[in-house]
Ligand binder design. Structure first.
Ligand code: ADP
Ligand code: MG
Length: 296
């Protein structure tokens, strides 16, 4: 065809299911030597589901009340874990109380006022400020994490009232994608996740990743990217969440997962995987290199 090589590279990327926002993206992708991937929604399907509902004695709530309270607080969040909590409440036919003063802290969780009381739902890191009061909750967190779950804690007026255990399925093409990216860059990709070490390492082992950075806040993901770039590396970040947006922006190249992706991630990324296949990523890296050879 008579199409200029870069334009035809963009068109080919589209055929592989990746929407590149500009021709520059294809040039940048061709230079990538380090790949960092997010876990939830990126290596996993992004449709996690609630497996455990564990009220704590101090809260005096039954399972349904605990789940309903968490879902009411999570209702306005687009985080995959929040959607799992709301879906579990719906499946049980629970009616959710309206939440006021909703705020979300990326990488941590949400806060809302429900029936005049402050409810926080999110990472076990929320227990850190509670000193002695959190001991029972910490034990439950460890039990859930040992079982490979992501533990979500629920606090009401600063008191831990219960936990939810959440599981997520690995994408079927995750291991093949990691193997292909390792071949292409000569280095195994790195996992950057806000989740706990045990869940992260268990999943990493299944897909062939050994470098795992867990319990990262959005700014920690950025710091990892900046560190590599300062060493002269060209980093590709792949993510889906609001929590990934700063790292997607900081990287030499950022690709967002389209289906589960948050609006902010889709806007910030240089390219978007529009077909829900992780293998589109090594395919488009390979393509970008072919395009560059045609241009130079
Ligand atoms: P990942 O990097 O695996 O995609 P995130 O950075 O999105 O994870 O979240 C990190 C952690 O913060 C989660 O594992 C969870 O503990 C907690 N978290 C963040 N947002 C929420 C939320 N809306 N509901 C519950 N937990 C949340
Ligand atoms: Mg994610």
């Amino acid at each position: 065809s008579t199409m200029p090589p870069l334009l035809s590279a963009i068109a080919n990327a589209g055929r592989h299911g990746v929407l590149a926002k500009s021709a520059v993206v294809m040039e940048r992708l061709a230079q990538v030597d380090t790949v960092a991937l997010d876990k939830t929604g990126t290596l996993t399907e992004g449709t996690p589901y609630v497996t455990d509902i564990r009220p704590l004695p101090d809260g005096g709530l039954d399972e349904h009340t605990l789940l309903g309270l968490a879902a009411a607080a999570e209702h306005a969040s687009e985080h995959p874990l929040a959607r799992a909590v709301v879906a579990a409440a719906r499946e049980r036919g629970l009616r959710l109380t309206a939440a006021e003063d909703f705020t979300s802290v990326p990488g941590r969780g949400v806060t809302a006022t429900i029936d005049g009381r402050e409810v926080r739902v999110g990472s076990p890191a929320l227990l850190a400020d509670l000193a002695g009061q959190g001991a029972g909750a910490e034990r439950e967190v460890r039990a859930l994490e040992d079982a490979g779950r992501t533990a979500v804690v629920v606090l009401r007026d600063g008191v831990p009232v219960g936990l939810l255990g959440i599981a997520d399925r690995l994408r079927t093409d995750a291991a093949a994608t990691i193997a292909a990216l390792t071949r292409l860059t000569g280095r195994a990709p790195v996992l950057l996740t806000g989740d706990n070490e045990r869940a992260a390492e268990r999943l990493a082992a299944e897909v062939g990743i050994t470098d795992v950075r867990a319990r990262l806040l959005p700014q920690d993901k950025v710091a990892a990217v900046r560190q590599w770039e300062a060493e002269g590396r060209r980093v590709l970040v792949v993510g889906d969440g609001v929590n990934d947006a700063p790292a997607l922006a900081a990287a030499h190249c950022g690709i967002a997962m389209g289906r589960a992706g948050s609006d902010l991630a889709l806007e910030t990324a240089d390219a978007v995987v529009v077909r829900d296949e992780l293998t589109a990523i090594p395919a488009v890296v390979r393509l970008s290199r072919t395009a560059r050879r045609l241009v130079v």
